[in-house]
Design a protein around this ligand. Structure first.
Ligand SMILES: Cc1ncc(COP(=O)(O)O)c(C=O)c1O
Length: 391
């Protein structure tokens, strides 16, 4: 991987050290150029699907095919969404909930899953069961299995958890759910794009995908994956324009799409979606194996550094098997917000303070980072830890 060449695609890197790719990614210049090209085309030629439908609709199909092939699924299993939240809402609103039913989530879910789960609790009396995170794959599967009960209707987990960066053994977990007749949803925000992934093989029934983290595409587009066999397991709750295969405005009759498109409603920014598909090519050109190797090497470098700092605590599992591109940690005597501010002011680093739960920071290991930037972070943290201990 030619890091210097790749870094030239991310001009913003000249301004700071970027450890916040897990928030919103920087978009590489070729992907941004595709986005701009599509916007300019609309400026020059007008709304393409109206003026040149024979050109634009096949292009949309190619875009969806490209995204589908990247995730190892069929385009007919994908519904366009704005992000993970919308995909998850579509799933939970599509299920018939009774009071006392259970939804199983992890103890480290982002608002995209946690808030809808809490709202289910408040609206329908659904019990929210949280599984603890363990840095041993077998124990993690067992912890989930113990909590899959007769009333569990849906298992909804982040593949990689948002703050602590645990990567869950989702193949085994989804299989366990499926064997018990429990539906499964995976939030792929922090895994999609990091390595070659086949959603069918992961075994989930549904998955939420987004453009703007590890797929290095503009903010924000999303997809809901619905396994072909589970299309009928979800009721269409948000029927609206784009869900229909046929709509008779005179007879007041309609038929929904027979594909996951039935869950789509309302418009999207197609230039954004086209740019996302373009990013697939960008990532493939760099090589998904190379991206994963680089990401895990950088994560490992930071973890090793943290483990050697007196007063520092690594929150993310040490093993690559149980983690991905996020590395979270705390520093004795420091609040996360304060630490993030000092690193910004003194080191010109952008890094996320963990918003809840444990105090500390979440570093995002984007493949374009220099190993020297990780070293610089480790050195800065060691000095800050020492400062507090001395005072
Ligand atoms: C685990 C996880 N899921 C989802 C999201 C975002 O969801 P949405 O696409 O709805 O903004 C984030 C972060 O922004 C996240 O960390």
């Amino acid at each position: 991987m030619d890091i210097e060449k790749i870094r030239r695609d991310f001009p913003a890197l000249q301004q700071y050290t970027w450890f916040q790719n897990g928030g919103v990614s920087l978009t590489p210049a070729p992907v941004a150029a595709e986005h701009i090209r599509r916007m300019e085309e609309i400026l020059r030629r007008g709304p393409l699907h109206i003026v040149y439908p024979d050109e634009e609709y096949p292009r949309r199909q190619r875009t969806m095919d490209k995204l589908a092939s990247f995730f190892g699924v069929e385009a007919a299993e994908l519904a366009l969404m704005r992000g993970v939240s919308e995909g998850f809402q579509t799933v939970i609103r599509g299920i018939e909930w009774q009071e006392g039913d259970e939804i199983l989530i992890s103890e480290d879910e982002e608002a995209a899953l946690l808030l809808p789960a809490l709202q289910l609790r408040d609206l329908h009396g659904v019990k929210v069961v949280k599984v603890p995170l363990l840095d041993d794959a077998d124990q993690q599967v067992a912890a989930v299995e113990e909590r899959l009960g007769a009333r569990t209707k849906l298992l909804a987990l982040s593949h990689v958890t948002t703050d602590l960066g645990f990567r869950l053994p989702v193949e085994k977990i989804c299989r366990a759910a499926s064997e018990r007749g429990v539906l499964s949803f995976l939030d792929m925000a922090h895994s999609a794009g990091l390595y070659e992934m086949n959603l069918r093989d992961l075994g989930c029934d549904f998955a939420g995908l987004l453009s703007y983290k590890w797929m290095y595409s503009p903010y924000a587009a999303g997809l809901l994956y619905v396994r072909r066999e589970k299309l009928e397991a979800l009721r269409v709750h948000y029927a609206g324009g784009r869900a229909e295969a046929r709509l008779d405005f005179v007879q007041d009759t309609y038929e929904l799409h027979e594909t996951a498109e039935r869950f789509q409603y309302g418009p999207w920014s197609w230039p954004l979606v086209h740019a996302w598909a373009f990013a697939v090519e960008y990532l493939r050109e760099i090589g998904q194996q190379a991206i994963w190797a680089r990401t895990t090497a950088l994560a490992d470098q930071l973890k090793q550094g943290i483990l050697h700092i007196a007063g520092a605590e690594l929150y993310t599992p040490k093993s690559t098997e149980c983690s991905a591109a996020l590395v979270s940690f705390g520093l004795e005597g420091w609040g996360g917000e304060e630490l993030s501010r000092v690193l910004r002011e003194e080191q010109n680093m952008i890094i996320k303070a963990m918003p809840h739960g444990r105090e500390g920071l979440r570093g995002s290991m984007a493949f374009f980072l220099h190993t020297s930037e990780i070293d610089q972070l480790i050195t800065a943290l060691a000095e800050l830890a020492e400062q507090r201990r001395a005072s």
